[in-house]
Design a protein around this ligand. Structure first.
Ligand SMILES: Nc1ncnc2c1ncn2[C@@H]1O[C@H](COP(=O)(O)OP(=O)(O)OP(=O)(O)O)[C@@H](O)[C@H]1O
Ligand SMILES: [Mg+2]
Length: 479
């Protein structure tokens, strides 16, 4: 079994992520024509995935699986190029955390003791589908901006704020629930900034054991500690002149927070075991799905570091608040994974759209994309139906008044009509059976904005005065 971090022959290799590798399994895989490349930690797995285009992964879930463990695994299992098969213990799929993880990140799973044929079939299928997939589909510009899909008001506001953040070098903090697109936003800021030609280095602070995080960030000299056989350049240094994305910063251990603060204040780093500061020019973007204000309040996160990181602050809207974008994103996901299905799919049925609109999407865009991807494989008809999506029945929450229901329906209908007609007010008004003036009044009442035509948007982010200015006056740290 290969255990190094060197590039691997990706054609028939399977990345085997396990704390305690099973040699018999590796031998069996080798006998079945697979080269098992072992990674004993998620950090190693992440690096291997960065180096080679690995199509299949096999991940062993430990019997006592915590949410921290799963989130560390998730961080290296997000790439769409690799299809993952999970190995689990009997009964483990009944654990809600585990089943959600499998549904979100894995193509298939096998339960111990598995049948060898079943495992080989799952790996072969995962490999076959991954090979069929072409280069990732870049969303059409008409679907959104910055490589993101979304046309709702909240996303328009996010795009404008990304433009503004790109024009400066100040640290940006991106908040938002899991799977809302925080990393996508960080990359978009980098790609539109003057640093675009330089590297974008991402590090997931939750995926690296606390004892190793400092060495990973700052690097070390040869002999700095037992096992430091050669000099290692840290992630901060390798982002010199580029952008450093500190993901899941809320999980950074306290001792590491102090050293990071020093770097942010002084613009220098010191490698472990090094003998002097090194000047680095790095723009920092950070993100977390935890409530950082609460973490500061509870003393888990240093307030001085918080203020250094959160000079500019962006908030990703949760998917359940994006109205018609759910349908847009579902169709985008379908276009990405269409070829995974056995039959030619025409699209999503209207009951599927309704089911998706009623579901609260706790895993946000990632969950929606994976849900459509699964349905593509499982569906048996020409259209993906609500039952193909397998979404749980939703609890509709506290009772709402008829007036609230009417008002929400009105807002959704207007927003959808505007999106369908590219924000041409006369056409949207005609479809809704109202005058242009009434539409304008209702948009105002519902706080919906008239979307400028894409051509009128400037690429330097100077989109003119917008509704953000109000937010800016109210919340100084908001961009
Ligand atoms: N607006 C969008 N349009 C298209 N794809 C999106 C959008 N938002 C998110 N995605 C996709 O959803 C997945 C999750 O996005 P991303 O990793 O940026 O989220 P995140 O907020 O960083 O998640 P986490 O909190 O779990 O780290 C990715 O595959 C990303 O490409
Ligand atoms: Mg992320």
């Amino acid at each position: 079994m290969t255990t190094t971090c060197t590039p691997v022959d990706t054609e028939r290799s399977v990345l085997y992520v396990s704390n305690s590798p099973d040699q018999k399994l590796a031998d069996f895989l080798a006998g079945s024509g697979w080269q098992a490349v072992h990674a004993k930690s998620t950090a190693i797995a992440e690096r291997m995935l960065e180096r080679g285009n690995i199509k299949v992964g096999l991940v062993e879930l430990p019997a006592e699986c915590t949410s921290q463990h799963l989130s560390a695994l998730a961080s290296c299992m997000r790439r769409v190029e690799t299809n993952w098969v999970a190995q689990i213990a009997p009964g483990q799929a009944e654990n809600e955390l585990v089943s959600r993880f499998i549904l979100d990140y894995c193509f298939d799973f096998v339960t111990r003791p598995w049948l060898n044929d079943r495992l080989v079939f799952a790996l072969g299928h995962a490999h076959g589908l991954s090979s069929l997939r072409q280069a990732p589909v870049t969303p059409e510009p008409s679907l959104g901006r910055h490589g993101m899909v979304g046309q709702c008001e909240a996303m328009q506001q996010l795009y404008r704020r990304i433009d503004k953040c790109s024009a400066t070098d100040a640290p940006v903090f991106v908040a938002g629930e899991s799977g809302t697109g925080k990393e996508l936003t960080a990359r978009a800021i980098h790609e539109r900034s003057p640093r675009a030609g330089r590297t974008f280095v991402a590090i997931n602070c939750a995926a690296i054991p606390p004892s190793l995080l400092q060495a990973e960030l700052f690097g070390h000299e040869r002999g700095a500690f037992t096992g430091a056989l050669q000099r290692k350049i840290g992630r901060i240094e390798s982002a010199h002149e580029g952008t450093l994305f500190l993901d899941e910063i809320g999980d950074m251990p306290h001792e590491c927070q102090a050293v990071l603060l020093r770097f942010l204040q002084e613009g220098t780093i010191e490698r472990l075991g090094g003998n002097g500061p090194i000047k680095v020019d790095v723009r920092v973007i950070s993100a977390t799905h935890v409530d950082l204000d609460k973490a500061v309040e509870d003393g888990r996160f240093r307030s001085d570091l918080y203020h250094r990181l959160c000079v500019l602050r962006l908030v990703e809207p949760p998917l359940r608040e994006r109205g018609g974008d759910i349908k847009l994103l579902a169709n985008y996901a379908l276009s990405m994974y269409r070829q995974d299905g056995a039959r030619k799919l025409r699209g999503l049925s209207s009951d599927a759209i309704v089911a998706m609109s009623n579901y609260p999407w706790p895993g946000n865009v990632r969950e929606l994309i994976n849900c459509v991807r699964r349905a593509v494989v499982m569906s048996e008809g020409r259209f993906i139906t609500a039952s193909d999506l397998g979404l749980p029945e939703t609890d509709h929450g506290p009772a709402v008044t008829l007036a609230e229901i009417r008002s929400k329906a009105e807002k959704d209908a207007i927003e959808n009509a505007l999106q369908r007609h590219g924000y041409k007010l006369s056409e949207a008004a005609a479809e809704l059976g109202i005058s242009r003036a009434t539409l304008y009044r209702l948009m105002h009442a519902n706080r919906l904005h008239q979307e400028p035509a894409p051509a009128s948007r400037t690429s330097n982010g100077s989109g003119g005065a917008d509704s953000d200015d109000e937010a800016e006056r109210q919340t100084p740290s908001m961009v």
